[in-house]
Every structure is written in structure tokens, then in C-alpha cells.
Ligand binder design. Structure first.
Ligand code: 5GP
Ligand code: MN
Length: 317
């Protein structure tokens, strides 16, 4: 059984590396640090490699242990968390590929099963929630550190418990954390509510130029590289912009483009009801979930916009 294989690999490994996806979000970082503390409890020191992460998550226990790189080339075991595809491993796929054993724990429906042992549950609302099952199996006690990291993953990936991905276990588990004295409301505020001034400014720009297309069913906006540079944005400061369009009455699909380089845009997609945006993004080499997905388009703005919108229109009722 997969969980037995994972337990065996963890118990036998000496060097372990924990990896997650590029532009890491609360679930990516929360899951990585939860795993770090869980392994510590089992007497294992692991390296967590995340080159850059949003300052928002600096409140998480264990962030000081995060490394930007490592000198170890061949780990005994690599564990990838919240990552659907080896291409998204932060440019650090080599640590994964060179490891003797490769485990991945994930919840993306577009997961490509790139590990030797793939513990993937596409109906889990967050990778962090899958870890709860795994930790139980490993005999790891959910203490304050692990609980805070897991709560952060669940809170951020469910948009604060509001997506239809939330399950009864989500609340059962949060109840357990509350019983253990973990401050859920404080974690919620730090992980999801507080925004930096720069983030607020870039959101203003994107909201100002947001347009509604196809009878208001599509919301579209973008930010340029110049704007990002001018505001000296930190990694992750664009997060949440795509939700601004999604939350307007009548919108089914919200699209947000962020210029990464000249003629290269990172697209974020969100849908409200019936459009599977992961399917749309797969057409452009990306992926994600039914209601939240992304891809990269190497075209000038107008052409990128036209292509993405033409594809999206096919899915509208
Ligand atoms: P976001 O819009 O917040 O960057 O991403 C939304 C969801 O889509 C996340 O679950 C993320 O992992 C996934 N996603 C975003 N961009 C890509 C991509 O280029 N490829 C794949 N496979 N998934 C992506
Ligand atoms: Mn996730």
C-alpha cells in the first residue's frame, strides 16, 4: 500500500529534501514546513528548499530553516508537496530527479504522477489536509507548529473555508486544532487578510483596468513588468488580483495576466460555477484545479489575451 511504502522510505532515509511548487502559496509553504516538523519528530533532519516566498508567510513557525539551495546533490529521499508537475518544482527538479527515492503528496487533479510513490487526492481542498492522514499513519502528533502550518495551508487553499472543496473533515480537523489551543483566527488574519501596501497598490492598478467581456461572463485584467518593477513588488504580491474579477456578479471566468518577461505572461484563471479552467489551461501547457488554474503564454499581450479568451468562450454557456 502506498502509505506503507511512504512510511518505509521515510523511516529508512538519511538525507531528506522537501520541495514545493514555484511561486509558493500558503499551502505550498505550510505543507513543506508541516512536513519538516513531522520529520523532526521522527528524528529526521530535512532540508526545505524554497528559493523565494511571499513575506506574508514569515509568521509561520520554521521559516528560518528554509534554504535557498543545497550542496547535497543526491538525497536519499525527495518529498514534493502541493506540486502537480515536475516542471513546477521551482527550477529545483534536479534535487528530485537525483534523489534515490521520490515521494509526492498532492491534491491537483492535473497531477502527472511524477514520483515513485504518489499520494495524490484530487478531492482534498489542500495538500496540507492530506498530510493530516499521512501524519496519523506515521504516528506524528499534530503539535502547535505542525497545526499552525497545516491550518495555513487549509485556510489559504480554501479561500478561508469558502470554496466547495471544503469537506466535513476540514472542519473536524480545524475543531481539533482549536481544542489543542491553536489560534485559528490569528492564523487566518495573518495568512489571508493582511496585505502589504505594495500589494494594495498593484491591486488598484489591475482593478482599474479590469474589463468585462462576453456579456460580463469574463473578467480580464493584467499587470506589466514595468508596473511590478516600479512598485518593487515582492514575490506573491500579485496573489488575489484574479479573485477581484471573479467576485463580480455575473462573472463566470476571471483571467489575470502578469508580464514575466517581454512577450511572456503568466496567466491565472478562476471560475465560479461550471467552467473547468484547468481544462482551458491544459490547452496552453498549464493546469490546476476545476475552479483555479494557470499557464504561461509566450506572446505579446494582445495576442495572449485574444487566444486565452477565444478558448474560454468555448466553455461558456
Ligand atoms: P494561481 O493562479 O494561484 O497561480 O494558480 C492557481 C492554481 O493553478 C494552483 O493550484 C496552481 O498550482 C495551478 N497552476 C498555476 N499555474 C500553473 C501552471 O503553469 N501549470 C500547472 N500545471 N498548474 C498551474
Ligand atoms: Mn495547494
Amino acid at each position: 500500500m502506498i502509505l506503507d511504502d511512504i512510511v518505509e522510505k521515510i523511516k529508512n532515509a538519511k538525507d531528506i529534501v522537501i520541495l514545493t511548487h514555484e511561486i509558493p502559496d500558503g499551502d505550498a509553504i505550510g505543507s513543506s514546513l508541516a512536513m519538516y516538523f513531522a520529520l523532526k519528530q521522527l528524528g529526521k533532519e530535512a532540508d526545505v528548499i524554497i528559493p523565494e516566498f511571499p513575506a506574508t508567510y514569515s509568521f509561520l513557525p520554521g521559516v528560518e530553516a528554509i534554504k535557498k539551495r543545497s550542496n547535497i546533490l543526491n538525497y536519499d529521499l525527495a518529498i514534493a508537496l502541493d506540486c502537480s508537475d515536475i516542471k513546477r518544482l521551482n527550477g529545483f527538479a534536479n534535487y528530485f530527479e537525483n534523489a534515490k527515492s521520490k515521494i509526492e503528496v498532492d491534491h491537483h487533479s492535473s497531477n502527472t504522477m511524477f514520483g515513485d510513490h504518489n499520494f495524490v487526492n484530487p478531492v482534498a481542498p489542500a495538500c496540507a489536509q492530506i498530510l493530516v492522514t499521512l501524519f496519523e499513519y506515521l504516528g506524528v502528533e499534530i503539535d502547535k507548529n505542525i497545526g499552525t502550518c497545516i491550518a495555513t495551508g487549509i485556510i489559504t487553499d480554501t479561500g478561508g473555508f469558502k470554496y466547495n472543496t471544503v469537506t466535513a473533515e476540514t472542519f473536524e480537523f480545524i475543531a481539533e486544532l482549536l481544542n489543542k489551543g491553536i489560534n485559528i483566527s490569528d492564523t487566518y488574519r495573518k495568512a489571508l487578510q493582511i496585505v502589504s501596501k505594495k500589494k494594495f497598490e498593484i491591486t488598484k492598478i489591475a482593478v482599474n483596468r479590469l474589463e468585462f467581456l462576453e456579456n460580463g461572463k469574463i473578467a480580464f485584467t493584467y499587470i506589466t513588468k514595468e508596473e511590478q518593477e516600479k512598485l518593487e513588488l515582492d514575490v506573491g504580491d500579485h496573489e488575489g488580483i484574479v479573485e477581484q474579477g471573479r467576485d463580480v456578479e455575473g462573472v463566470e471566468v476571471s483571467i489575470f495576466l502578469r508580464e514575466e518577461e517581454e512577450n511572456k505572461y503568466k496567466a491565472s484563471f478562476r471560475s465560479n460555477e461550471y467552467v473547468n479552467v484547468s481544462d482551458i489551461c491544459l490547452m496552453f501547457g498549464g493546469g490546476g484545479h476545476f475552479h483555479a488554474a494557470g499557464c504561461t503564454v509566450e506572446l505579446p499581450l494582445e495576442q495572449a489575451k485574444e487566444k486565452l479568451i477565444a478558448q474560454t468562450k468555448l466553455y461558456l454557456k
